[in-house]
Design a protein around this ligand. Structure first.
Ligand code: IPE
Ligand code: IPE
Ligand code: MG
Length: 231
């Protein structure tokens, strides 16, 4: 991965866990478990390569309408990830930030999340944003209501400060696995000039080499921000 232009901030829409499991004749929860393992592996690889900020879409606001059985399994995974397996998370020396409304989660998980964010607050090797019950439209509406309640107009800079990503630069590259070509309510405001990369591979099967391929593809892109090429 030498001589390539790395994104400072990469985001993953980790889609395809359920289909990955189904193809193996296993329950969806098996796919989610493999998905969490892959997330840890790929985040570590991203930091090792020199990427400073990683954001992962773990659960959308709309995902909360999935059957209770699946949600309970996902909550169990969060419980393990933020609780028992916390060592793995904290050994990275990466600051953990959770974006989204976690008040819908069982209380014990909310507490584990608060502990992890507190424990890692001083870490500076990188930043990991985990989006849980996150929805971009809801985030934007909330920000507008906050501005209204303050009785003030906003400009781009002050509006950004009202979003849950306040202080975090926009993602340079968003990778979605699982074959769907859409954002599914992820970082709609912040993605204005993000480069998008779609992979047909299901999330648990998206490996280190796939990430490197996506990074090489990103590196070759010409980000013009509406301007003309200067050569
Ligand atoms: C993404 O995988 C993980 C979550 C949304 C929690 P899916 O669960 O959407 O897997 P597919 O898309 O059904 O294969
Ligand atoms: C997007 O995947 C959300 C996450 C990866 C957490 P979905 O599976 O929910 O997206 P849709 O329903 O295919 O748009
Ligand atoms: Mg999906």
């Amino acid at each position: 991965m030498r001589n390539i232009k790395l994104p400072a901030h990469i985001a993953f829409i980790m889609d395809g866990n359920g289909r990955w499991a189904k193809r193996r004749f296993r329950p969806r929860s098996f796919g989610h478990r493999a998905g969490v393992q892959n997330m840890t592996k790929l985040c570590m690889h991203a930091y090792r390569l020199g990427i400073r900020i990683v954001t992962v879409f773990a659960l959308s606001t709309e995902n909360l309408s999935r059957p209770k059985e699946e949600l309970d399994e996902l909550f169990d995974l969060f419980r393990i990830y933020f609780g028992k397996k916390r060592d793995k998370l904290t050994e990275m020396q990466v600051k953990i930030n959770v974006l989204g409304d976690i008040s819908v989660l069982p209380e014990d998980i909310q507490e584990e999340i608060l502990t992890v964010t507190r424990e890692t607050a001083g870490y500076s090797d990188g930043l990991l944003n985990i989006c849980i019950n996150y929805g971009a439209r809801q985030e934007i509406v909330r920000a507008v209501n906050t501005a209204v309640s303050y009785g003030r107009f906003v400009d781009e800079a002050s509006f950004k400060d009202l979003l849950s990503t306040s202080g975090i630069p926009d993602p340079d590259l968003i990778i979605r696995t699982g074959g769907e070509v859409r954002l599914s309510n992820f970082l709609l405001y912040q993605a204005a000039y993000s480069e998008l990369y779609f992979s047909k591979k299901m999330w648990p099967a998206f490996g280190r080499r796939d990430l490197e391929r996506a990074l090489a593809n990103y590196s070759a892109r010409d980000r013009k921000y509406g301007n003309i090429e200067d050569d």
